[in-house]
Design a protein around this ligand. Structure first.
Ligand SMILES: [Zn+2]
Length: 432
């Protein structure tokens, strides 16, 4: 990407004048970013620092306690491996300033240790983030290889060019978090004025600076020690302006010296308070002594509230269904006939349908037969025991089905059919 705007050209000019990273900085990075390692294989140990190998008494003790290399004197962590080489990559960042910009320089580093030779090192600066005092950022980086999405596949001979922040190819790489940050730092005064005391709140430095300089709520949160909320806001600021909605309550926390311990839970808790119409400007509510306990209590209360609402809704639905059922089939209520053992009667309520379906394990209730205008449903019983459920078609006056437990016919099926058939004229009379 060629610098196009005046702003981009200005920054590109400053970048060209930036001094190279020093050898001192690089060797600090080598020392800090990589651990001193060795390997054990059977009764031998090897040093990936100097390449020396030697005989050991116990493989296990070496793994647990580590070893001091008898040749170079380094204290080594030991891994059990047959491999004779060990390669590691890491990133170091250097924080500097230039012409009123905060600059974050990112250096790729590689270490290759091998048994039988000295460890070899390689380092190359691969990225620079330039951030203006207003939080506007420009990124320069080297190219990455081919179609590879492999993170570290930098083309070291390529130029550090300006890259579009939105470019998919580079977006993830722009967020590479350094393993170490060089301790001698130059920081823009405005960043310090905005509350930066050296802690990046687990964020990548460039992203941290950009956020702090471009968002005045971020500045307030950092200055007042609301670190968790600061991080949460950084992660979610691309979403709808959620923080504006919570800001009055956050201000109450700040005023009361209450450091929100866990922003995500707190936010959830506040929205529960809102559901229960609690005063979101009262420190009693928004600054809970034990956030998780208060949060869980409200979650339980909410679950119970929702359960009750569901039950109430069901009750209302049943009531409406009952009214409709009475309107449609009321004239058949009281119809019952018996042959001495068996009694058949018209179902008179929706809850009778529910009971019928529940006990006989069929779908007369769940499929809503009480709503079907053309169906009349009867229950065949012996004493109190439910035997079969019968569906009649009112238009044709025919038995559509008669089913017992698990939708099957029972031993009384024929008798039930006969009994109902004999009494069809009585039902027919009620239709007129
Ligand atoms: Zn050694």
């Amino acid at each position: 990407m060629i610098p196009k705007t005046a702003f981009q050209r200005k920054v590109a000019g400053f970048k060209a004048k930036l001094k190279p990273v020093t050898d001192k900085q690089i060797s600090w990075g080598y020392d800090q970013c990589f651990e001193k390692r060795g390997r054990v294989q059977k009764q031998r140990a090897g040093c990936f620092e100097c390449g020396h190998s030697w005989k050991i008494e116990s493989n296990l003790v070496a793994q647990l306690a580590g070893c001091e290399c008898p040749a170079c004197g380094q204290q080594l962590k030991m891994d059990p491996t047959p491999k004779r080489t060990r390669q590691e990559v890491a990133y170091m960042s250097i924080l500097t300033t230039s012409n009123g910009f905060q600059v974050v320089r990112t250096i790729f580093m590689k270490k290759t240790g091998k048994i039988g030779g000295e460890a070899e090192y390689f380092a190359k600066e691969v990225m620079q983030h330039w951030i203006s005092e207003k939080g506007k950022a420009l990124v320069f980086s080297r190219s990455v290889g081919g179609f590879s999405y492999y993170y570290d596949n930098w083309l070291f001979f390529s130029d550090m060019e300006m890259r579009s922040v939105g470019s998919q190819r580079y977006a993830q790489r722009h967020l590479i978090t350094p393993n170490r940050i060089y301790p001698r730092q130059s920081i823009l005064p405005i960043i310090k004025r905005n509350g930066f005391m050296g802690d990046f709140c687990n964020m990548q430095p460039a992203r941290f600076f950009e956020f702090l300089l471009s968002d005045n709520k971020a500045e307030t949160l950092l200055k007042t020690g609301q670190t968790s909320m600061f991080q949460y806001h950084a992660q979610h600021r691309d979403h709808i302006n959620w923080i504006d909605e919570y800001w009055p309550s956050i201000k109450i926390c700040i005023r009361n010296g209450y450091a929100i311990p866990d922003a995500s839970t707190w936010k959830d808790y506040i929205s529960l308070l809102r559901t229960f119409n609690k005063d979101l400007l009262s420190s009693v509510y928004v600054c809970p002594v034990d956030l998780h306990k208060s949060h869980n209590k409200l979650v339980e209360k909410r679950i119970e509230q929702q359960r009750r609402a569901r039950l109430e809704q069901q009750r209302q639905e049943m009531e409406a269904a009952q009214l409709l059922y009475e309107q449609q089939k009321g004239k058949f209520f009281g119809v019952a006939f018996s042959d001495g053992d068996l009694t058949v009667k018209v179902l008179e309520s929706v809850s009778e349908f529910e009971k019928e379906g529940y006990i006989l394990k069929h779908c007369v209730f769940t499929n809503g037969y009480y709503k079907m205008a053309d169906s009349l449903v009867l229950s065949a019983r012996i004493g109190e025991q439910l035997i079969e459920t019968i569906e009649l078609s009112l238009s044709s006056l025919q038995i559509r089905q008669s089913r017992g437990l698990h939708n099957k016919a029972t031993e009384h099926h024929e008798k039930i059919i006969n009994l109902v058939t004999q009494n069809l004229p009585a039902i027919s009379r009620l239709l007129k």
